[in-house]
Ligand binder design. Structure first.
Ligand code: ADP
Length: 245
């Protein structure tokens, strides 16, 4: 049977069918002298998979996430996301790619404090060319899905950390990205709230959302991810290598 979801995502010969993310032989050196932040990393993530990237501070987790997000480019190697080679795109092409195909959530939410919850969520949709009416409809659905529809006209500063992270997740999903990336999404939350957000992310994955979760918390990784990739000193290590497909 033909899997139309794969064809719609435009997978090219750079990835196996069903791979939404493929990182091949990627090295990232911030300085030309000294050790690279990532060294010859290869991994892939299938559609609908939840993969946790674990490793100590400074091991290269955020660098890897930023390369998948198209926020930065590798020194060597290829990065293919949602069927597109993004490692050699220019700035404006990368910005367009990010807007359409990737949603990102961060430890400290990164919301705009002088915009209401609704305006925070619909901003990326408007930047991607949606009409305000379309964007509001989509934002409304997501706020409801996140259980925060009653906060639509509230400013983020008046909300708890868990509520703000729900706003950030709604914002990340507003353009229906193939890939959701999360960089320590529970790092600024208490344990109970962190578990709520973890369950929410897992429910999105159950509904088919591909998710890469950077965390240094083994419990979070084991509880919410189907596969854990370990990075040590910029290289995939241990279970991560075993888990490579
Ligand atoms: P992690 O997310 O695992 O804490 P990072 O990917 O942030 O690790 O960092 C990996 C290494 O790259 C560290 O040695 C860090 O100091 C370095 N690094 C990260 N970002 C930059 C940057 N923009 N410029 C120079 N060095 C950086």
């Amino acid at each position: 049977m033909i899997d139309h979801s794969v064809i719609d995502h435009g997978v090219t010969d750079h990835g196996a069918p069903g791979d939404v993310i493929r990182v091949d032989g990627v090295t990232k050196a911030y300085q030309s002298d000294g050790l690279p932040a990532l060294a010859d990393v290869s991994m892939s993530v299938a559609a609908g998979e939840v993969v946790a990237v674990m490793g100590p501070s400074g091991s290269g987790k955020s660098t890897l996430l930023n390369l998948i997000a198209g926020l930065d480019r590798p020194t060597a190697g290829t990065v293919t996301v949602a069927g597109r080679r993004i490692d050699s795109l220019g700035e404006s092409a990368l910005a367009r790619f990010r807007a359409r195909h990737v949603g990102i959530i961060f430890q400290f939410f990164n919301l705009l404090d002088d915009l209401t919850v609704e305006d925070n969520v619909l901003l990326p949709a408007q930047l991607a060319g949606a009409s305000r009416r379309q964007a509001r409809a989509r934002a409304g659905e997501l706020l409801e899905q996140m259980g925060i529809e009653s906060f639509r006209d509230t400013y983020p500063a008046r909300m708890s950390g868990g509520q703000r992270q729900r706003v950030a997740i709604a914002r990340a999903l507003v353009n229906q990205p193939e890939v959701l990336l999360a960089d320590e999404p529970t790092g600024a939350l208490d344990t109970a709230t962190g578990q709520e957000i973890g369950r929410l992310l897992r429910s999105l994955a159950t509904a088919g959302q591909t998710l890469v979760l950077v965390t240094h918390d083994p419990e979070m990784a084991e509880r919410y991810a189907a596969r854990v990739v370990h990075i040590v000193d910029g290289r995939l290590a241990g279970a991560g290598v075993g888990a490579l497909r």
